[in-house]
Design a protein around this ligand. Sequence first.
Ligand code: 3PG
Length: 391
Amino acid sequence: SDLCAQGRAQGQRVFIRADLNVPQDDSGAITEDTRIRASVPCIRLALDAGAAVMVTSHLGRPVEGEFKPEDSLAPVATRLAELLGQPVRLVAHWVDGGFDVKPGEVVLLENCRLNVGEKKNKPELAAKLGKLCDIFVHDAFGTAHRAEGTTYGIAETAPIACAGPLLAAEMDAIAAALQNPKRPLIAIVAGSKVSTKLTILQSLAKNVDGLIVGGGIANTFMLAAGLKIGKSLAEPDLVGEAKAVIDAMAARGAAVPIPTDVVTAKAFAADAPATVKKASEVADDDLILDIGPETAALLAQQLKAAGTIVWNGPVGVFEFAAFENGTQVLAQAIADSSAFSIAGGGDTLAAIAKYGIEKDVGYISTGGGAFLEVLEGKTLPAFEVLARRAG
Ligand code: 3PG
């Protein structure tokens, strides 16, 4: 954006890597377009600066070199054109150039993962990508954790490489939440498995004032606290790791609240009868599918008093009405809290949409895996390479 402000993008070929990897239904229709809408400010900035604009993204995980119609960005081109209010031409087989784009025009370069060498960031591909543009703009936060041809290789070979406004805004929001947060800082980390989020839990345990766990993750923490969880989803092998997280928090005077009540069922089904129980009374054939109302109310109080909230993951099976109370109560508490809140991850975004609290969350990340890696404390490849280019 600085380059645009300085007038250096005028008449230049600007190559924008966006993350337009959006969900589609069986007919190919886009079911959720947040990422496309989030790509618009960068494209507009380049257009307004007088650039000839090329945009690309991956869509799904196609087999390199094997084009199938369902891998096409065609539906994305249509939606992008609507949002920009100007035509967006889709260009196939673009790696060797040979297509035309004039200042003020936008072309969408077909699914970049169809190009041989993209996933593994092969130098031959990176060299070609670099020749396509004068300025490379990385604005794909959702893919910033991948070191691929269009997210990493081109950042090394393009004459100029810089971050776009979305990438910058995402990192600023995460930095505001984690680096110098208004305290208390409370994180919600929920999901089915401790194993997939263990590094995040360990990293947050060094920083947050409260760590709310949910889903299968909470079940493993309940085991660590000596509670029985019946047939509930959990990873008994990781009880030691869960204990270590609880101890690390306790050593800092912080806590991982363990549910005092839960909602159970005998089967994982939308119509399974739900029973609220004390956490100490879970039976051998019970499945825990949500936190109980007493736990939800207590956690909601903590969230309302927070200075900063980081949210990743629904705390129960919120897709089923009988087991959504915990997630809904916490979502409402986040919405009502004056804390700066940041949320990310597909299920979390679905919960935010279900409870209509989009406007009440401070920042909603477009990243799934990328958001999680930042919470782990990792430096994303996109940032490493852009920082190196910036010298
Ligand atoms: C995502 O949806 O998380 C990103 O677009 C990255 O996709 P990937 O996991 O296929 O690299």
